[in-house]
Write a protein that binds this ligand. Structure first.
Ligand code: ATP
Ligand code: MG
Ligand code: MG
Ligand code: MG
Length: 487
């Protein structure tokens, strides 16, 4: 059975290639200019959307990819759960009006058994159990397809719309999905099947098969009319790093082969040991490992640090990394040193990392130096405000504006302080966030009214930015970033 991340990737792509799929290269993390739906590529289907919508002709009726993905919605999960990263690789097979439910399920079950060698008795699946607002009952076709493929009925769990129905918005293509889980055993949670409370670590989701079947029109009252799509499509997503966790028998994603060198470097630079009983150190090492990969891949795709849009996503991630590094005693350069093991582990599969190394390093180094200069000053200002009991949205805005503190950084520091923990329980966060957003919006209006020439935090036309200019995206506040999660 495949074990290394490289073997897992190749096993998947070669399997679908052998079954007639055309292998396509990963698209950029920066979505196409005409796609305003998300700041960054969040799933394998994302760059293929024009084919699913019928707006473009696919290069083949069935394709397979390993897509670079970035999910800011999982930022807070990194280092906390065993299974979430911000940057990760998603494997997928796609059918544009070719095979549908039965075909997708047959492929999946065969690959899981013969290709990946999972113990079939430990695999569970979830199927859509129906929803009144959609006017749909249990997805019996999918249950039947699993049973026909030889899957035992007693390990099929029915879940509702939130878990097992894919919809990108109130209108447009949608459909049920069916997901695959591996049971890691009762030591990982008291839940007894996927969907139970305390089951996520025990039953680890690794593959989502989306069965795009309907065109949705949502009505005022929340109900929907669904009409069958002219051609039915398959869109699947398997997390490569989750597969590595499962096949390498690790506790979390951070002990797998792509991460081990990054954790080791963090240990070496900090003089601290991973998994030696200090949860703060463990989380910091994981965050640094994840975020330095994200930083490398984002800058390789032409994103540069700035105060809005994806540039701001990058800035937040870089600044979080540096703060975590300082907190565990790493001195001197941080991200430039972590860039090397990222390139060493990922460069063969993603040559852009090797080709653009020097430009990436220039941006990363400049951002880190700028942040180092303001970090101490900003923290001092924040500490004073906390001591005086005057932390509020205006201060968060000032810290953002003057010291380049991402909003969540200020909140994180405040929440960790004495008065901050009580404040988090009440409405304090919402109030602070609302005021911050309002001041950000005002500032944006001011800058739009003024000259357009002013740049936003150093993203002037450097060579990377000039070559693969990221489309400017309006940054409409912290909350919006978290909402940019559905395609
Ligand atoms: P979860 O419930 O674990 O957050 P999800 O349901 O949000 O996952 P999907 O949107 O179904 O994930 O994406 C398809 C697959 O991509 C998942 O089954 C998983 O293997 C992988 N995946 C999703 N999010 C992440 C992440 N943050 N880090 C690593 N892999 C991920
Ligand atoms: Mg998720
Ligand atoms: Mg899920
Ligand atoms: Mg899922």
């Amino acid at each position: 059975a495949p074990v290394t991340s490289d073997e897992i990737r190749e096993t998947f792509l070669a399997f679908f290639e052998a079954h007639g799929h055309k292998r396509l290269a990963s698209a950029s993390l920066v979505p196409a200019a005409d796609d305003p739906s998300a700041l960054l590529t969040i799933a394998g289907m994302h760059p293929l959307k024009p084919y699913f919508l019928g707006a473009a002709t696919p290069p083949a009726p069935t394709v397979t990819t390993c897509q670079k993905c970035m999910r800011t919605e999982d930022l807070e999960n990194v280092g906390v759960t065993a299974r979430h990263l911000t940057f990760f690789e998603m494997l997928g097979n796609f059918s544009f009006g070719d095979y549908f439910k039965a075909g997708a399920i047959e492929f999946a079950w065969k690959l899981v058994n013969d290709g990946f060698g999972f113990d079939p008795d430990k695999v569970w699946v979830t199927v859509f159990g129906g929803d009144e607002g959609l006017g749909l009952g249990v997805d019996e076709e999918t249950v039947d397809a699993w049973v026909a493929a030889g899957f035992p009925r007693e390990r099929i769990v029915l879940l509702g719309r939130d878990d097992n129905f894919w919809e990108a918005g109130p209108n447009g293509p949608c459909g049920p999905c069916t997901e695959l889980y591996l049971d890691r055993g009762p030591a990982y949670g008291s839940g007894e099947k996927p969907g139970d409370e305390d089951a996520d670590d025990r039953f680890m989701e690794f593959w989502n098969l989306v069965l795009m079947q309907y065109d949705q029109k949502r009505h005022e009252d929340g109900s929907s009319t669904l009409t069958p799509l002219p051609t039915q499509n398959i869109d699947t997503g398997m997390g490569l790093n989750r597969m590595a966790l499962l096949l390498q028998g690790k506790e979390t994603i951070f002990e797998t082969d792509q991460f081990a060198p990054l954790i080791a470097l963090g240990e070496q630079l900090s003089g601290k040991r991973y998994e030696a009983g200090d949860a703060v150190v463990d989380k910091a090492l994981r965050v640094i490992a994840d975020h330095s990969r994200a930083t490398a891949f984002l800058t390789a795709d032409g994103v540069v640090p700035s105060n809005e849009g994806r540039g701001y996503v990058l800035r937040r991630i870089m600044r979080r990394t540096i703060r975590q590094a300082r907190a565990i005693g790493i001195e001197g350069e941080v991200l430039p040193r972590f860039l090397e093991p990222v390139i060493a582990t990922m460069g063969a599969g993603y040559p852009e990392l090797v080709e653009r190394r020097d430009e990436m390093l220039t941006w990363i180094r400049a951002e880190e130096q700028a942040f180092d200069r303001t970090l101490a000053a900003g923290e001092k200002r924040l500490d004073e405000a906390i001591a005086a009991g005057t932390f509020d949205g205006a201060l968060a805005f000032q810290l953002h504006d003057t010291f380049g503190f991402p909003f969540d950084l200020s909140v994180e520091i405040f929440a960790a302080s004495g008065p901050g923990s009580a404040w988090l329980e009440g409405d304090g966060l919402a109030e602070v966030e609302a005021e911050f957003d309002r001041l950000m919006a005002e500032q944006r209006e001011r800058s739009q009214a003024g000259s357009r020439a002013g740049d936003h935090g150093g993203a002037s036309a450097g060579s990377i930015a000039g070559r693969i200019a990221p489309t400017p995206t309006e940054f409409t506040g912290y909350a919006t970033l978290e909402q940019h999660t559905t395609v």
